[in-house]
Design a protein around this ligand. Structure first.
Ligand code: FAD
Length: 510
C-alpha cells in the first residue's frame, strides 16, 4: 500500500528540472518553504486528486512506523511548518487543480439569501477572488494582504488583513469544512455539526485534519476602492487614531484599516518612498514636524464603492477629518477592487526581479495587546529596528471580539491587539540571515521579559513546554485533548514540531 503511494507520487510529480528525476525535484521543492531557513526532505510528495486520496495516504501512514503526513498549501510558511522530514507531503494545489469545477456557488436563492463558495482546500485566495468577482459579482469579506496563499493554509492559522477589525479574520468567515482527520476519516463539520472538530481545525496549525473543502460566505463585490494613507510622527497619535477607527460603528467605519512603521529617511525600501500612493506621488519631508524621530508611521484606510454608489473621495476626506496626522502628508488613489486586493503582486514582481523573493525570509509575526504596544514601539521598533528591516513593518489593530474563542488560535488577553509583522526581505550586503534570526529571538525574549500581553502569529516553537506556554494552560489542555481525539498517532503536520509521531503499533487499535 505504502509503496503504491510513493510510486504514485513519483508518477504524478511534474518534471520541474530536466535531468533530475521528477519525484526528486518535487521532493526538493517540498523540503523547504518561503522562509528558506529550513530543509526537511520528505520520502515522497503525494498529489491527491480527491479527499479519498488524502484519506488513503493518511491511513497508509498510520500503518508505517514513524511515517508522518504534511499538507502543503503554497509553501508560504517561513519555519518549515508544511514540511515532513522522511514523511509524505500532500501537495494540496494538486487537489485544487484536479477538482472540476474548482469552485461552486452554494445557496443564493432568488430572494437574496446567503451565498457561499465551496472551494478546495488547496485553492489560492486569488483564484477564489477572480472566480467570485468575474463569474458572480461576489467575494468573501475577509482577506490576507497577499492572495497567493491557500484557503487551507490560512484557515490553519488565522488569515488577517485590514478587513479583520470589521469582518473578522478568515477563520471567522467559514460556514463549513470537509476535513480528513488523522484517523483517515473524511468528515463534514460546521458550527452546528461536529462543532468541536470544526473549531479545532480553524487555526489548528494542521494538527487535527487536512482541509479538503471549505464553504466561504460571499457578499456583493465592491467595484472600486478609495485607498488613502496618512503619516504620523507620534506613535501615541497614530495608535489613538487607529484604535478610534477600528471601534467606529459599522455605518461610520472604513472597510479596511492597516498601517506600518517606516524610517524617517530617503531610503527607497525602508523610508519615505515606501509611503506615497498612487505611483508618482511624492513625499515632502519638509512637512514633517521639527523633532520628528527616526521612525514614522503610516495609517492606511480603504472605503469600498459599489456599482450604484457615488464617488467615495468626499466621504473618505470627511471620515479622516478628525485624525491627527501630519497635515499635507496625505495620499489617496481610486483603484479597482481586484487591483486593490492584488496589490502585493506588484511587490512580488519587484522582489522576484531583484532576487529578494527567493532569498531567505526570517519573518516574525506577533499579536501585541494595545496595553503594551507603546512600550513595544519604544523597545523594539524605535529601539532595535530603528534602521528598518528591508521590508514592511506592519503595525495595525484588530478586535478580539471578532475571533471565535472556540477556534484553536491563541490570542493576547486584551480586546484590542496589534498585528506586528516584520516582513524582512534580505538584500545583498545587508545583515547575515543568522543575525536576523537571532534578532527575532531577542524580540520574543524582550516581549516575555517585559511581560507584554502578546502571542506569536505563525508560532514556531520546539517541545511541549514552549507550546504549552504559547497556548496557556487551559487552551493547551484543550489542544492536547483535540489532538488525541482527531490525530491520535500524531501523523499530521510534523513540521510544526508540536507532537512526536506515536509508535505504529498503536495503529492496530484504530
Ligand atoms: P503552507 O505554508 O503550505 O502551510 C501552512 C500550515 O498549514 C502547515 O502546517 C500545513 O501543514 C498546514 N496546511 C496547509 N494546507 C492545509 C490544509 N489544506 N489542511 C490542513 N492543514 C493545511 N498571512 C496572513 O494572515 N495575512 C497576510 O496578509 C499574509 N501575507 C503573506 C504574504 C506573503 C508574501 C507570505 C509569504 C505569507 C503571508 N501570510 C499572511 C502568511 C500565510 O498566511 C502563511 O504562510 C500560511 O501558512 C498560508 O500559506 P500556505 O497556504 O502556503 O500554507
Amino acid at each position: 500500500m505504502m509503496l503504491a503511494y510513493m510510486d504514485r507520487a513519483a508518477a504524478a510529480a511534474e518534471p520541474e528540472d530536466a535531468g533530475e528525476p521528477a519525484a526528486v525535484a518535487a521532493g526538493c521543492a517540498a523540503a523547504t518553504d518561503f522562509g528558506g531557513l529550513v530543509s526537511a526532505m520528505p520520502a515522497a510528495v503525494v498529489r491527491p486528486a480527491s479527499a479519498d486520496d488524502v484519506a488513503s495516504a493518511i491511513r497508509a501512514a498510520a500503518l508505517t512506523e514513524g511515517l508522518t503526513v504534511a499538507a502543503r498549501g503554497n509553501g508560504h510558511s517561513v519555519a518549515g511548518q508544511a514540511t515532513a522530514e522522511g514523511g509524505l507531503v500532500l501537495d494540496m494545489r494538486a487537489l485544487a487543480l484536479s477538482r472540476r469545477p474548482q469552485m461552486q456557488l452554494v445557496g443564493c436563492p432568488g430572494g437574496g439569501g446567503p451565498c457561499f463558495a465551496d472551494v478546495p482546500g488547496g485553492a489560492l485566495w486569488e483564484e477564489v477572488l477572480h472566480w467570485g468577482v468575474k463569474t458572480h459579482g461576489l467575494a468573501p469579506a475577509s482577506w490576507t494582504d497577499y492572495l497567493r496563499l491557500t484557503v487551507g493554509g490560512t484557515l490553519s492559522n488565522g488569515g488577517v488583513s485590514g478587513q479583520s477589525f470589521r469582518f473578522g479574520p478568515q477563520v471567522s468567515n467559514v460556514a463549513e469544512l470537509e476535513v480528513v482527520t488523522g484517523d483517515g476519516e473524511c468528515r463534514v463539520c460546521s458550527p452546528s455539526s461536529h462543532p468541536d472538530l470544526f473549531f479545532a481545525v480553524l487555526g489548528g496549525l494542521g494538527q487535527f485534519g487536512v482541509i479538503t473543502r471549505a464553504r466561504i460566505p460571499l457578499r456583493r463585490a465592491p467595484q472600486q476602492v478609495r485607498w488613502a494613507r496618512v503619516v504620523y510622527a507620534s506613535f501615541a497619535e497614530y495608535t489613538a487614531d487607529a484604535e478610534w477607527l477600528v471601534t467606529r460603528p459599522p455605518d461610520a467605519a472604513f472597510d479596511y484599516v492597516e498601517g506600518f512603521a517606516f524610517v524617517n529617511s530617503d531610503d527607497p525600501v525602508n523610508g519615505w518612498p515606501s509611503v506615497p500612493i498612487p505611483g508618482g506621488a511624492r513625499f515632502d519631508p519638509a512637512l514633517l514636524p521639527a523633532g520628528a524621530g527616526p521612525v514614522l508611521y503610516c495609517l492606511e484606510v480603504a472605503l469600498y464603492r459599489y456599482p450604484d454608489d457615488e464617488d467615495k473621495a468626499a466621504a473618505v476626506s470627511r471620515m479622516m477629518a478628525p485624525l491627527k496626522h501630519v497635515r499635507g502628508l496625505e495620499f489617496a488613489a481610486d483603484v479597482g477592487y481586484v487591483d486593490f486586493l492584488s496589490r502585493v503582486n506588484r511587490v512580488e514582481e519587484e522582489a522576484r526581479r531583484n532576487g529578494s523573493w527567493d532569498a531567505p525570509h526570517p519573518w516574525l509575526n506577533l499579536f501585541v495587546s494595545a496595553r503594551d504596544i507603546a512600550d513595544f514601539d519604544r523597545a523594539v521598533i524605535k529601539g532595535m529596528l530603528a534602521d528598518g528591516i528591508d521590508g514592511p513593518m506592519l503595525v495595525y489593530p484588530m478586535l478580539k471580539s471578532k475571533w471565535d474563542p472556540n477556534t484553536s488560535v491563541a490570542l493576547p488577553e486584551g480586546e484590542i491587539f496589534y498585528l506586528v509583522a516584520l516582513l524582512r526581505f534580505c538584500r545583498g550586503g545587508g545583515p547575515a540571515v543568522d543575525e536576523l534570526v537571532a534578532q527575532n529571538g531577542a524580540i520574543l525574549r524582550a516581549c516575555r521579559a517585559n511581560g507584554y500581553d502578546h502571542k506569536a502569529y505563525f508560532p514556531s516553537y520546539r517541545g511541549e513546554a514552549e507550546w504549552a506556554r504559547h497556548f496557556g494552560a487551559a487552551r493547551w489542555r484543550r489542544f492536547v485533548e483535540r489532538k488525541a481525539r482527531y490525530d491520535p498517532l500524531a501523523i499530521l503536520a510534523p513540521g510544526q514540531k508540536i507532537f512526536p509521531r506515536a509508535p505504529a503499533s498503536v495503529a492496530v487499535q484504530l
